[in-house]
Write a protein that binds this ligand. Sequence first.
Ligand code: FES
Ligand code: FES
Length: 213
Amino acid sequence: MDEKQDLTVAEAMKDVSRRNFIKGVIAGGVAASSATYLFRASSLLGQQPPGLGERLITLNVNGQQRRVDVMKQETLAWTLRYKLGLTGTKLGCDRAECGACTVLLDDVAHYSCSVLTHTVRGRKILTIEGLAHPDGTLHPVQQGIIEEQGFQCAFCMSGFIMSAVGFLKTNPNPTRLEMAHGLSGNLCRCQDYDKILTAMMRGAEHMRKTHHA
Ligand code: FES
Ligand code: FES
């Protein structure tokens, strides 16, 4: 084999291993998440067959009355994502550490992974899906993010947005430092904090201009 052929083979090998690597990451990610959810499912069900121990309740989600069967130990994050199909609420740590699952309950930000669904009957639940106006106009905080391109992978984004919206309801004109404190319960694995803060400050500015509640 001459030097040129050697190089061609080496290039081909590089290409194959790169493709295998990407395939591995995707397959690994999928396998890991499925395993997590299967684990959560079995621990939530407590080894009971699905359906057992569930109770039909009504929740006020994004201004709509939603009837749903829930288990007594079921978390709001679980109900929103896997019973109501509202997957904009993300599950990161599932243990009140990252803020990815943040939603508003009566206008106050909460980690939905740490709230039992049956305890929020009669409360007003707002998720990222209910934030934009029904005519499609984005919420000012969402608009701020688009203008500043504040996130990288955006896994943490809906949690940050819901926290910011909750925070701005009580402090509509924060300094950058106050906003950082207000969002300190949310983590970003991409460490994009500076851009996120800039985007949220832009959103706050839009909220003040539009007198958005
Ligand atoms: S998923 Fe709820 S705080 Fe991390
Ligand atoms: S932008 Fe990736 S986790 Fe925050």
